[in-house]
Design a protein around this ligand. Structure first.
Ligand SMILES: NC(=O)c1ccc[n+]([C@@H]2O[C@H](COP(=O)([O-])OP(=O)(O)OC[C@H]3O[C@@H](n4cnc5c(N)ncnc54)[C@H](O)[C@@H]3O)[C@@H](O)[C@H]2O)c1
Length: 361
């Protein structure tokens, strides 16, 4: 699939689904983790510009927000992910809490090159980033995973992490009993040979090797638990805090941990890092990937991956799915933008002479 100067490639949710069905969820997740590791490894802030995201939040007609996450590869494309967070969606509208689209623009002309689903892609790339952080910062022999929040994101958290760790047990907790009881069924596509056991938070935090928090806890209602004993080498992937005032982890635990944000500039505004003094915030994930040997000792200590979502991750997953679509001949080319035949005449399509004769002038 080549980008066309006039047309826009559309990859719909159905195309994305067909791609995943064709290649299989494990192949897609494994490839994504590999590609994302390379992107972190080679990330250079001089050549890839990623500002912190911006957006609108509101309480009416529903509590939620719409945000935009831009990226500019200098000399290349601009990519923007637009993401909506509406935690009432599942109960009220039978829609995912996170709805999203990804778009790419040609920097020679500004032309919209591509527009694609970002719902499944966001869930996949967030899981993949947590897997990368966990491989670098968690005990490699981790056997017990904990999940607080059993919504859509927790499924791909489990998927991605299970591709890199031989878990035997997964302890789960959600304030919504239906989310807890349906979780195992929702994970059946992962074909995992492990026990999934509902648990109290305290019991979970005390005993797991890796913990993922992916909740829609309200602003001002966190943290999800107060100070609890943990294994000395516990690694946490905290992905739910992604809004000012929204946090999942207690301050003391953060202060005792090596805290690695995906994107520091954003994490200090929206992530767990909001709670921390600057000196307590560790290096970003790209730095840890690029100097992984220096951070191996952290695997024996408390660590937190503070994920607010980074546009680099969106670029990686977008490029991967465009490549898949190209291979399968999927996607539709549409002329969305108005392209006048005369670049300097927006009314070129109005036939002046026939309009004059029609009116008998
Ligand atoms: N960091 C990232 O890049 C990234 C990407 C995707 C989603 N997220 C965030 O992850 C969170 C989860 O997303 P999702 O798509 O799974 O949403 P979801 O609505 O499908 O699931 C959220 C779950 O959290 C549960 N929950 C709410 N408060 C809780 C609490 N105090 N304790 C335990 N469970 C609680 C809800 O009952 C629900 O089942 C959201 O905040 C979302 O914004 C972050």
């Amino acid at each position: 699939m080549r980008f066309n100067k006039r047309k826009t490639i559309i990859l719909s949710g159905r195309d994305v689904r067909d791609i995943v069905q064709h290649y299989g969820i494990h192949e897609v997740m494994d490839t994504l983790i590999t590609r994302m590791s390379v992107a972190f490894e080679t990330f250079d802030p001089e050549s890839t510009i990623i500002p912190a995201r911006s957006g609108f939040s509101y309480t009416s007609p529903e509590a939620g927000l719409v945000e935009w996450m831009p990226l500019h590869g200098k000399g290349g494309k601009v990519m923007i992910k637009v993401v909506g967070y509406h935690p009432n969606n599942p109960d009220k509208y039978n829609l995912p809490t996170i709805l999203s689209t990804l778009s790419a623009y040609d920097t020679a002309t500004g032309h919209l090159l591509g527009l694609m689903d970002g719902v499944l892609l966001t869930a996949l790339r967030t899981g993949a980033a947590s897997a990368i952080a966990s491989v670098l910062l968690a005990d490699p022999d981790s056997k017990v995973l904990g999940l607080i929040g059993c919504g859509a994101q927790s499924v791909t958290q489990l998927h991605a992490l299970s591709r890199r760790f031989a878990f035997e047990t997964v302890l789960i907790y959600d304030v919504d009993k239906d989310a807890t009881s349906s979780f195992k069924d929702r994970c059946s596509a992962l074909e995992l040979d492990l026990e999934i056991i509902p648990s109290a938070i305290a019991e979970m935090v005390n005993s797991v090797d890796i913990l993922c928090t992916a909740t829609s806890v309200d602003v001002g209602k966190g943290p999800l638990f107060s100070d609890l004993d943990t294994k000395p080498s516990l690694h946490i992937n905290a992905v739910g805090a992604d809004f000012p005032g929204k946090v999942e982890l207690p301050l003391k635990l953060l202060e005792d941990s090596f805290v690695c944000p995906d994107f520091r500039e954003q994490a200090v505004m929206e992530g767990e890092c909001q709670q921390l003094a600057p000196a307590k915030i560790g290096p970003g994930l790209a730095e840890v990937v690029q100097h992984r040997a220096a951070y191996t000792p952290i695997q024996k200590q408390l660590s937190v991956f503070d994920s607010t979502g980074w546009a680099l991750e969106d670029q990686v997953v977008m490029e991967l799915f465009l490549a898949y679509a190209r291979g399968l001949g999927l996607g539709q080319e549409v002329e969305i933008e108005f392209m006048p035949e005369d670049a300097k005449n927006p009314y070129h399509f109005i036939d002046v002479l026939s309009a004059v004769s029609d009116k008998g002038i």
